[in-house]
Ligand binder design. Structure first.
Ligand code: GLA
Ligand code: ZN
Length: 673
């Protein structure tokens, strides 16, 4: 069994991407001195260093890496050592120009940025295997080595390549998946528009076509591209395992960022020894701490509930958004500890020292351009001390209340062209339902639609258009056995090939929901419908409506206007020991809260009306005890009721009754008992 925790790391992880090659060696001494001052415990080294480590084919220069790893070791700092395979050197491309990826339009990318890689390219694979081997041979038993960081963020910025090598690899992948070309024709429905293939050799990647291409082909290409990147990860991982047994292997994910939706992290989570994640605040006007919580919950879920590591986030602003606000005082600590509350074994950053040159020089870092007489540095030092006091939480697990279903294959399918409405964004529904649960102070586990759900009283399906029959059966059994299910519109419509399930919509969910949908009736932009509840309550929906026909379900809210007036908008179906709710329009925050309120009653999930909005309360527990995290995202002091007394770890004070959490502050109570 491979190791699943960083070797020799006896503290929470605290540090960042460290790129010493961007600095003269005299700065390194200053770096390690400051790292010690801040309480840094681990840094990620060598992520983009291939060109320095192998300056010419087969010629290696490990001297500088030897020196920096030794220096870190002398200073008690653990090393997360990268394989630099996200950044092949220019000589590699000179020899193998066909390793540069090609877009669907047939444009070959140029060298000069990073991660320009065709993952099916045999020369790339050989060169990546070689440099990983060299690193493992040289550093595999170095006492500073804590873990391996393979590559960097698979899936960005290139999520698929459409070159000739990928075409050949795709055909092989299809042959393995389908066996015969007839089976491909059947799955993709190539009878449509005369797309029938006579042989595997005729099939190409879904390159640019005059109008919409075959959706089955496009969906399979996403699966193929994901699997191809994973092949390369597994190749490197196996080399590292063989040459450096006992050192865990990770690669940094980006779980809940829609910028990186091309990777099926359920599958990747099974391949890494230890899950790690990168998260950045997307400042689009929404509450950034909610997306952060969602990313952390999703990462933990991908890790199967096990502890994981936040490998990158930012001390303050980033540099790649149209507008990059700085973080407010205290926000970095709330962010870092927000991840820790939800299962991260520490908080690491991009990056240690802010670059003077290159594309990321305006990205914040732990040591800013302004040096140590800066707010950011003072907050970094403070965070290091906080993480030091939280050491006892290591190895404990976050406790979740409810589950939300999540499936990258469904996102891929749903984002294909020509759907009933382009205003329906499945990720928006996932975010909105998550936010509604967050506002009810419920901690969410994400689950694959075919996973065992029996431990959750409440399961939410935000919008899972693609759902296998097995997933439908799973949800039915869950409800029959007493679960409460909430399903949003346009779920359970197609099977794994993007073929509509036979019979009336929603094929995979008809039985469990006790209804059929005769027709979708999306709304025009800006159009709203009113829906009224039994108690006279009125809510509003937009984007989507449906002609729902109850077949066992009762109507709870009814459309009051629009084409669907008089028809059910929200239904409830008693089935076996449980209940299944269905909502056929897009509800706003108020509507979702009302719906989830009713469902929570069915599920007997107690409301946390005693907790103020935006005061996040999460628990981790395990062998060393039970820990309550309270994060106050508001500008007002708050009180959080404790059901047990305990010791607050950041202040060392005793806490009982109602825990004071000052405006913007974080408190972590180790509960007695
Ligand atoms: C990603 C990368 C880093 C850096 C940061 C900047 O997460 O992994 O190398 O580019 O973004 O936010
Ligand atoms: Zn390619």
């Amino acid at each position: 069994m491979p190791e699943t925790t960083p070797k020799g790391l006896t503290r929470l992880a605290f540090g960042g991407d460290y790129n010493p090659e961007q600095w003269p060696e005299n700065v390194w001494q200053d770096d390690v001195r400051l790292m010690r001052e801040a309480g840094v415990t681990m840094v990620s080294v060598g992520i983009f260093s291939w060109a320095l480590l192998e300056p010419a084919p087969g010629a290696y220069d490990f001297g500088w890496l030897d020196r920096i790893i030794d220096l870190l070791h002398e200073n008690g700092i653990r090393v997360d050592l990268a394989t630099p395979t996200a950044a092949p050197p220019v000589w590699f491309y000179r020899e193998h120009p066909e390793a540069l990826p090609v877009t669907a339009d047939g444009v070959r990318y140029e060298f000069g940025s990073r991660a320009a890689i065709c993952h099916s390219n045999a020369d790339y694979r050989a060169a990546a295997a070689n440099i990983a081997t060299r690193l493992a041979e040289r550093y595999g038993d170095h006492p500073a080595l804590a873990m391996w960081h393979v590559h960097n963020e698979y899936g960005v910025p290139v999520s698929a390549c459409y070159c000739a090598s990928c075409a050949a690899h795709f055909r092989r992948w299809l042959e393995t998946a389908y066996g015969t070309v007839e089976a491909v024709n059947e799955a993709w429905g190539t009878a449509f528009w005369g797309q029938r293939y006579a042989a595997f050799g005729d099939i190409n990647p879904p390159r640019t076509t005059p109008t919409v291409g075959n959706p089955g082909q496009a969906l399979d290409y996403r699966r193929f591209a994901d699997a191809t990147m994973r092949e390369n990860f597994v190749m490197e991982r196996d080399i590292l395992h063989r040459l450096a047994p006992g050192v865990p292997v990770t690669t940094n994910f980006m779980t809940a960022l829609s910028q990186c939706d091309s990777v099926d992290y359920w599958a990747w989570g099974r391949e890494v020894d230890l899950v790690s994640n990168d998260h950045y605040l997307i400042t689009d006007g929404r509450r950034t701490h909610v997306n952060l919580a969602m990313a952390a919950d999703l990462t933990r879920s991908v890790a199967g509930g096990a502890p994981w590591i936040l490998l990158e986030h930012s001390t303050s602003g980033v540099n790649w958004q149209p507008r990059n606000p700085a973080k407010a005082p205290g926000q970095m600590a709330r962010n870092s500890l927000g991840h820790v509350a939800r299962g991260s074994e520490g908080a690491m950053f991009f990056q240690w020292r802010q670059s003077r040159r290159g594309a990321e020089k305006f990205h914040s870092s732990m040591v800013p351009h302004g040096g140590t007489d800066t707010r950011v540095w003072r907050e970094v030092v403070e965070l290091g001390a906080s993480l030091g006091s939280l050491n006892p939480i290591r190895g404990t697990r976050t406790e979740a209340d409810v589950a939300v279903l999540w499936d990258w294959h469904s996102w891929w399918a749903q984002n294909l062209a020509w759907r009933p409405s382009e205003d329906h964004d499945p990720r928006e529904r996932a975010d909105a339902f998550y936010e509604a649960l967050y506002d009810r102070h419920l901690t969410v586990d994400f689950a694959h639609p075919e996973a065992d759900l029996s431990r959750y009283p409440l399961v939410v399906v935000p919008a899972l258009y693609l759902m296998t029959e097995a997933a439908g059966d799973n949800l039915k059994a869950y409800v029959e056995n007493g679960g409460t299910l909430v399903v949003s519109y346009f779920s359970g419509i197609v099977d794994a090939s993007d073929a509509v399930h036979e019979g009336a919509y929603p094929g995979a969910l008809r039985d469990v929901l006790g209804l059929t949908v005769e027709e979708f009736s999306p709304l025009l932009q800006g159009e709203h419908v009113r829906i009224t509840g039994p108690d006279g309550s009125e809510l509003s929906g937009d984007v989507w409506t449906e002609f729902v026909e109850p077949r066992g379900a009762e109507t709870v809210w009814t459309y009051a206007d629009g084409l669907t007036a008089g028809r059910p908008a929200v239904t409830r179906h008693r089935l076996g020991e449980g209940t299944a709710w269905y909502v056929s329009t897009r509800l706003g925050a108020e509507g979702l809260d009302a719906l989830l309120g009713r469902a929570a009653e069915d599920a007997r999930v107690a409301p946390r009306a005693d907790l103020p909005r935006d005061v996040e309360v999460v628990r981790r527990s395990g062998d060393t005890g039970s820990y309550l995290f309270a994060i106050n995202h508001t500008a007002t002091d708050a009180k959080v009721p404790l059901d047990r007394s305990g010791t607050e770890l950041l202040t060392g004070e005793r806490a009982a009754g109602r825990l004071a959490v000052p405006a913007g502050a974080v408190r972590v109570v180790r509960l007695d008992g």
